[in-house]
Write a protein that binds this ligand. Structure first.
Ligand SMILES: NC(=O)c1ccc[n+]([C@@H]2O[C@H](COP(=O)([O-])OP(=O)(O)OC[C@H]3O[C@@H](n4cnc5c(N)ncnc54)[C@H](OP(=O)(O)O)[C@@H]3O)[C@@H](O)[C@H]2O)c1
Length: 174
């Protein structure tokens, strides 16, 4: 087994369509990409469309593209990188379009359970405040620590959960 790389732009469906079809589908899909712009939803410069494309539309498209592979193999894992800012229970506090898009990604995570083929699990998670370009240098968690829950969800055994939202490997409130 080797490793392949493909550069894709989630705002350019052709780029990821090509990557998925050339690979023949993926067992594990981690929808990690995110964009955050601190601009009011009411501002003309709002990134609403970009946020929805990158964090909702493209993840759903990638899931659709991968579904024939999962249907054939009977095994798949989907991890949607969400955020506490997309949680209704926590007040949808993210700036601009970010929290709205993450809330939609969470909704997608719950709703997809009924449509995915058997053997495919889909879960969302909040990685915590992580020291990345988005999180900034003051964040308390390293990238490795932030990856713990997503990796756990990506490798869930057969008896693992599906359709959930997790933080620190524990259920989080929607
Ligand atoms: N960091 C935190 O504290 C934190 C907290 C809660 C949730 N999250 C979530 O965790 C995930 C990872 O965030 P991060 O902290 O690593 O953010 P980041 O440092 O800003 O990285 C975002 C990633 O998304 C990619 N991306 C953005 N737009 C894209 C597009 N159109 N096509 C392809 N890739 C695109 C970027 O690619 P390029 O490098 O090529 O631009 C980059 O790899 C995100 O979903 C974020 O919302 C992060």
């Amino acid at each position: 087994m080797g490793v392949g790389f493909a550069r894709i732009d989630l705002q350019e469906p052709e780029s990821y369509f090509e990557a998925v079809t050339q690979a023949g589908g993926f067992d594990i899909l981690v929808n990690n990409a995110g964009v955050l712009k601190d601009v009011s939803l009411l501002d003309r410069g709002s990134d609403f469309d970009v946020a929805m494309e990158v964090m909702v539309h493209a993840p759903l498209d990638l899931i659709r593209l991968n579904t024939p592979h999962w249907r054939a193999s009977g095994w798949g894992r989907i991890v949607n990188l969400s955020s506490g800012w997309g949680s209704h229970a926590e007040g949808l506090q993210g700036p601009g379009a970010y929290g709205v898009a993450k809330a939609a990604l969470n909704a997608l995570t719950r709703a997809l359970v009924r449509d995915l083929p058997p053997g495919v699990k889909v879960n969302a998670c909040d990685p915590g405040w992580v020291a990345t370009r988005m999180g900034g240098a003051d964040a308390p968690l390293s990238a490795e620590e932030g990856a713990d829950t997503p990796l756990w969800l990506a490798l869930l055994p057969e008896y693992g959960p599906t359709g959930g939202f997790y933080r620190k490997r524990q259920p989080a409130a929607w």
